[in-house]
Design a protein around this ligand. Structure first.
Ligand code: IPM
Ligand code: MG
Length: 357
């Protein structure tokens, strides 16, 4: 039996998690599902966004299914207690350095993309984002005021960007290995024209690339990559980059596909233990209204079954069920075109259940 930690979190987290859990139960696998609070919800209950019991559960589990964290109501808290620290802490404590963010344009949703259909039809990009280094985890970080202290009214603030050779090597290997199962093209995104950190990145990725002569490697500056993603997105196969550029480019790429509400993600450690979450955030503005699209979380379940649980057949069943509901015309508000009727979060979950059976 495999243990799954369910961390729903804030905003739309509980709604999308409820649908994903329905799907997981319907698969009738030998799984033990255990819930724990995380993010702002955990702060409200226990005074910390990642309480020790939640971290312990995540560490003990075979995989973590994560909803979303964050709400404006926590903006005034000191940084260490904000909801976002929960996901950053989980990534760091669990050693989840490899973030896989596929951007796939489903045939039925081509018209929902903000780009012309011919630019996105058949789009299938895999963004591989390094997740535990870069400016997110640099040292030191802080704010200085004229009088010192970490308070509003600071005169100066700083965050340091850093990567080490082994950190770059291991994510590069993930990218080249993934490319072998796809079109064998890797684009490494950097800012080596300005930043030392990304000159090292570029050098190390080039070295690792030499071990994969069957994979084509090219390098692109991040500003150009942002432009190429909307100009000619199908030129990309696997994109590998750091934490911050990957954060930005994966949001951008998601829109090409019609909606960020469709995109799952996996964050893996060196042994394929992973945390699975939708690529979108907690969307507090629509929380509790049944408007959220649960498909990104349901597709994250599929990624979990495939990458961490060794259940590729079950993964395929879930992915096929999602294809079926799209073909049947089920749409939540984010993917409905003008004139199409949008269904609720739970109606979409029910449609997936029906398609599974
Ligand atoms: C993401 C999110 C997170 C990140 C936040 C919530 C810390 O934007 O997963 O893309 O920046 O990594
Ligand atoms: Mg982000």
């Amino acid at each position: 039996m495999k243990r799954i930690a369910l961390l729903a979190g804030d905003g739309i987290g509980p709604e999308i998690m409820a649908e994903a859990t329905k799907v997981l139960r319907a698969l009738d696998l030998d799984l033990q599902l255990e819930e724990a609070p995380v993010g702002g919800a955990a702060y409200d209950l226990h005074g910390h966004p990642l309480p020790p019991a939640t971290l312990a559960l995540a560490q003990a589990a075979d995989a973590v299914l994560f909803g979303a964290v964050g709400d404006w109501k926590y903006d005034q808290l000191e940084r260490a207690l904000r909801p976002e620290q929960a996901i950053l802490g989980l990534r760091k404590h669990l050693g989840l350095f490899a973030n896989l963010r596929p951007a796939i344009c489903y045939e039925q949703l081509t018209a929902a993309s903000s780009l012309k259909p011919e630019l996105v039809a058949g789009l299938d990009i895999l963004i591989i984002r390094e997740l535990t280094g870069d400016i997110y985890f640099g040292q030191p970080r802080g704010r200085r005021t004229a009088t010192d202290g970490h308070f509003p009214g600071a005169e100066e603030a700083f965050d340091t960007m850093r990567y080490s050779r082994p950190e770059i090597e291991r994510i590069a290997h993930v990218a080249f290995t993934a490319a072998r199962g796809r079109q064998r093209r890797v684009t490494s995104v950097d800012k080596a024209n300005v930043l030392e950190t990304f000159q090292l990145w570029k050098d190390v990725v080039t070295e690792v690339g030499a071990q994969y002569p069957d994979v084509t490697l090219d390098h692109m500056y991040v500003d150009n990559a942002a432009m190429q993603l909307v100009k000619e997105p199908k030129r990309f196969d696997v994109v590998v980059t750091g934490t911050m550029f990957g954060d930005i480019l994966s949001d951008e790429a998601s829109m090409l596909t019609g909606s960020i509400g469709m995109l799952p993600s996996a964050s893996l450690d060196a042994n394929n233990k992973g945390l699975y979450e939708p690529s979108h955030g907690s969307a507090p503005d629509i929380a509790g209204k049944g408007l959220a699209n649960p498909l990104a979380t349901i597709l994250s379940v599929a990624m979990m079954l495939r990458h961490s649980l060794g259940m590729p057949d079950a993964a395929k069943r879930v992915e096929d069920a999602v294809q079926t509901v799209l073909a049947q015309g089920w749409r939540t508000a984010d993917i409905a075109l003008p004139g199409e009727t949008a269904v609720s979060t739970s109606a979409m979950g029910d449609a997936v259940l029906a398609a599974l059976r």
